[in-house]
Design a protein around this ligand. Structure first.
Ligand SMILES: C=C(O[C@@H]1C=C(C(=O)O)C=C[C@H]1O)C(=O)O
Length: 462
């Protein structure tokens, strides 16, 4: 007789029938939950395989621990390949989910690197060019309600032991224990890279745009390296981002001793049944010191020719691609201003209606990279980036997010982000270069965009 959890018997029987190696997943509602705490508490057992994701509206928050299956692809058709592997895993799965809530039950969390053809930087060695975790344990908070999903894959002889082990861990992690907080490390050095050379590459992009009638925009990024006297406490960095950037997507994804994390204002795509939301976000200015100055800056941004053109390239491409994939697309005529803590942007939200069974990955594949992060036209801009940037963006500016077993999900564009590896943090920021760009102004813009991550790692002024 099997005692204890009501699903233990079903699990043991399922594994017996399947002869192992299929996914068993169940969802429970719990009284309350703090996903950041869940993430931190999971460190002891799951360090190196955790994720966190909060959307801009904090409507849905996820924390995932461990990986019962890691889906990876380095193939040319990486989007289709990831989807095929996910379909394969789900086709044999047994899902016990009494809740009709997106983002509960089996979810794969991860992303796709910005450009698999960029030569790989050493700092990104822990990250495959595209990978997703199916967590062993996941907390989903939706509208104040908390759900726990447990996923298990095992061999026949291990099933009872595994079930009990995970159940015990789950209880411990949920029991409000707090992990002893990580030791703060001291920032020793901030290497900003060769800013003159970077400005020179902005000028080269402007020259290229002037020479080539077809090339309209190229987004160039730079990297700043922060060196600490000890391990960078990524859990703390995540907590600071979460508390300090309430209007952004906040994400973290660990891969062994590395953690990529950030607070991005930009949605790539969100899909719920037939509804698809995407974002045009390009054109930037500073926040004002007073409410009045802030409004003046926003008005100036809305009326600035260079920023409007830069923004419009993004709208053109997104509208065009969305019209191919959806039977109805709504795009406002004019952008509005989106304000986040350190910066304001021109923003045009786009809504499409697609077939319910369409996978979110189809939209990710088609939209990434939008001209907000790549340029216009896309392929040509990518070639210029490879030539001028001279670094590996890794997952910076790339799609990071989740998809569920019904092919819904959400992906942010992973900007305002950084990669933490042991005692170093690599922070990235870029900006759209068009015909009228000025290298000095673009450099200042990247400095403004680096601020949230600098503050979160403890290297920036408040
Ligand atoms: C490239 C970045 O941001 C992108 C570029 C913007 C711009 O050029 O105005 C604005 C928002 C983002 O789409 C970044 O933050 O690193």
């Amino acid at each position: 007789m099997i005692k204890g959890h009501p699903l233990k018997g079903a699990f043991v029987d399922f594994i017996k029938e399947q002869k192992g190696s299929a996914l068993f997943s169940y969802v429970e509602k719990v009284e309350e939950g703090d996903p950041i705490r869940f993430y931190e508490n999971g460190k002891e057992w799951y360090k190196g395989e955790r994720f966190y994701f909060k959307d801009r509206d904090a409507e849905r928050i996820f924390a995932g621990l461990g990986s019962v299956s890691t889906i990876q692809s380095a193939k040319d058709n990486r989007f289709e390949d990831i989807e095929a592997q996910w379909d394969q895993l789900m086709s044999q799965a047994s899902v016990h989910n009494p809740y009709d809530i997106y983002g509960t039950g089996p979810v794969a969390f991860g992303g796709f690197s910005f450009d698999p053809l960029q030569s790989q930087g050493e700092e990104w060695s822990r990250f495959a060019s595209s990978f997703f975790y199916v967590p062993e344990m996941m907390m989903t908070v939706y509208n104040g309600d908390t759900y726990i999903t447990v996923n298990m894959i095992c061999e026949e002889q291990d099933s009872e032991l595994l079930f009990d082990r995970i159940e015990k861990r789950k209880q411990t992690i949920l029991s409000h224990m707090q992990h002893p907080s990580e030791k703060e490390s001291v920032l020793m050095e901030l290497r900003t890279g060769d800013t003159c050379a970077w400005k020179q590459s902005v000028q080269s992009a402007v020259d290229e745009i002037e020479r080539d009638d077809e090339l309209k925009k190229v987004v160039l990024a730079r990297k700043v390296t922060a060196v600490f006297d000890g391990t960078v406490p990524s859990d703390r960095v995540l907590r600071r981002l979460d508390e300090g950037q309430p209007d952004s997507f906040v994400f973290a994804i660990e891969a062994m001793d590395s953690c990529f994390l950030g607070a991005s204002p930009e949605r790539l795509v969100k899909k719920r049944a037939q509804t698809v939301l995407t974002t045009c976000l390009a054109g930037s200015t500073a926040r004002g010191a007073t409410a009045e100055e802030d409004t003046e800056l926003a008005d100036a941004l809305l009326n600035d020719g260079k920023n409007r053109i830069e923004h419009d390239y993004v709208v053109q491409m997104i509208r065009h691609e969305m019209q191919k994939m959806c039977h109805r697309v709504t795009v406002p005529k004019e952008p509005v201003v989106m304000k986040v803590r350190d910066i304001q942007h021109l923003y045009t939200p786009v809504i499409g209606e697609a077939a319910e069974e369409d996978s979110i990955l189809r939209f990710v594949q088609t939209l990434h990279p939008t001209p907000a992060l790549g340029g216009l036209p896309g392929e040509k801009a990518l070639r210029v980036i490879r030539e001028l940037e001279g670094m590996d963006r890794g997952f910076y500016a790339a799609p990071v997010g989740w998809m569920d077993y019904r092919k819904n999900g959400e992906f942010a564009v992973a900007i305002r982000s950084g990669l933490v590896v042991q005692n170093e943090a690599f922070l990235y920021a870029g900006c759209g270069v068009v015909r009228d760009s000025n290298p000095e102004t673009e450099l200042e813009e990247t400095n403004m965009k680096l601020r949230p991550m600098l503050r979160a790692i403890g290297g920036g002024n408040e």
